[in-house]
Design a protein around this ligand. Structure first.
Ligand code: F6P
Ligand code: MN
Length: 324
C-alpha cells in the first residue's frame, strides 16, 4: 500500500477535510522525497555546515535548513490551496496565495529538526502541522493543537519514514527508493501504555525546574523496572523510538530557558497530536500541550511527550512541587 493510494482510500473517512487535505499530505510526501535525496547526498553536494546567518531563534542557520525550507515553500506554492506557510526558518509567515475562496489550509513546519546531527551523518527529521484557514491568517495560525487538521513528521534515518495522522490514528510509511514511493509499514501505530525509554538532555539536569529533576530521579531510582536512556539530539528520532517502545521524552524549562527550548506550533503541537493519536500524551508539566492557545508563531513551551504512564507521573511531579 503506497502513501498516495492510502490517502485516496481514506479520503471519504474525513469528509470535513475532503480531497483537499489529501493533496496537502500527498505534497508532503513529495517534499519528503526531495529533502531525503538531498540529505542522503549532503556530503557530496556540500550541504553540511552553516550559511553564516542566524535565524529569529538566535540559532546558526545551516545550508540544509534553508534548502529544505525552500523546498517546502515551493511545494506548497504549487498546491494552491495552502494560503501561507509558517517555518522555524522564517521570521514571519510566508503568504503563498491570497485567493480567499481557494485556500483552505496553512502549513507549519520545522524543515530540519535536529540539524546539528547532520554534520556527523546522524538522524534528522522534519515536522509538519496543517491548520484550517478561512481567510483570517492570524486566527488560522494561532490555533490550539486540538484544532490541527493533520500533523506528522519525516525521519531521515537508516530509512526515510513519513508518519502522519489526520485524526484517524497514526500511519507510518517507509520510502522505497527503488520505486520512489512511500510504502506502508504500520497502518495504525499504537504506543505502549508504559515504556522503558527515558529521553532528555541530562547534561542540563542541574538547571532543570525542580519537578523535572524529581520526576527523573524517581524514574531512575526504580531498580526493579529500569529505564534505558536514549537521547539522539533530534526530537523526531527520539519520539519515533518512544512511539514503538514506549517511555518519555522531555525538554523542561530550566534556569536559562524559562519556557523551555521547543517551539509550540511546529514542534510540540504536531508531535503531541501524533502521541495522543497513538494512545499516549503530552504535557508542559502543568497543561496539556494540545490545549495551549498560542500567543506568537515562534513561542516556546516546556515539553514532555510519551506513554500515558510516564506523562501522568511527570504531571504528578509538577502537582507535588509546583514551579510557581
Ligand atoms: O529542534 C530542537 C532540537 O534540536 C530537538 O530536535 C532536540 O531534541 C533538541 O533540540 C536538542 O537540544 P539540546 O542539544 O539542547 O539537547
Ligand atoms: Mn526542531
Amino acid at each position: 500500500m503506497t502513501l498516495d493510494r492510502f490517502l485516496v482510500r481514506n479520503q471519504p473517512e474525513h469528509p470535513e477535510a475532503s480531497g483537499e487535505l489529501t493533496r496537502v499530505l500527498d505534497q508532503m510526501g513529495t517534499v519528503a522525497k526531495i529533502i531525503s535525496s538531498h540529505v542522503r547526498r549532503s556530503s557530496l553536494e556540500g550541504l553540511k555546515g552553516f550559511t553564516g546567518d542566524t535565524n529569529i531563534q538566535g540559532e546558526k542557520v545551516k545550508k540544509l535548513d534553508i534548502l529544505s525550507n525552500d523546498v517546502l515553500v515551493e511545494a506548497f506554492e504549487y498546491v494552491g490551496i495552502v494560503g501561507a506557510i509558517v517555518s522555524e526558518e522564517m521570521d514571519e509567515p510566508r503568504v503563498l496565495h491570497s485567493d480567499k475562496d481557494r485556500e483552505k489550509y496553512v502549513v507549519l513546519v520545522d524543515p530540519i529538526d535536529g540539524s546539528s546531527n547532520l554534520d556527523v551523518d546522524c538522524v534528522i527529521g522534519s515536522i509538519f502541522s496543517v491548520h484550517a484557514f478561512d481567510g483570517d491568517l492570524e486566527k488560522a495560525i494561532l490555533q490550539k493543537g486540538t484544532k490541527q487538521v493533520a500533523s506528522g513528521y519525516i525521519m531521515y534515518g537508516t530509512s526515510t519514514l513519513l508518519v502522519y495522522s489526520a485524526k484517524d490514528g497514526v500511519h507510518s510509511f517507509v520510502l522505497d527508493e527503488e520505486i520512489g514511493e512511500f510504502v506502508m509499514d504500520h497502518e495504525t501505530l499504537r504506543m505502549p501504555r508504559r515504556g522503558k525509554i527515558i529521553s532528555a538532555n541530562f547534561g542540563n539536569r542541574d538547571r532543570w525546574a525542580q519537578p523535572a529533576r524529581n520526576f527523573s530521579d524517581a524514574l531512575i531510582a526504580n531498580e526493579s523496572d529500569p529505564y534505558s536512556l536514549r537521547y539522539s539530539g533530534a526530537l523526531v528520532a527520539d519520539l519515533h523510538q518512544i512511539l514503538h517502545h514506549g517511555g518519555i521524552y522531555f525538554y523542561p524549562e530550566d534556569d536559562r530557558r524559562p519556557s523551555g527550548k521547543l517551539r509550540l506550533l511546529y514542534e510540540c503541537a504536531p508531535l503531541a497530536m501524533i502521541a495522543e493519536e497513538a494512545g499516549g500524551g503530552s504535557t508542559t508539566g502543568k497543561d496539556r500541550v494540545m490545549g495551549i492557545s498560542p500567543q506568537s508563531i515562534h513561542q516556546r513551551v516546556p515539553f514532555a511527550v510519551g506513554s500515558l504512564y510516564e506523562i501522568e507521573a511527570y504531571e504528578k511531579a509538577y502537582k507535588t512541587e509546583p514551579t510557581g
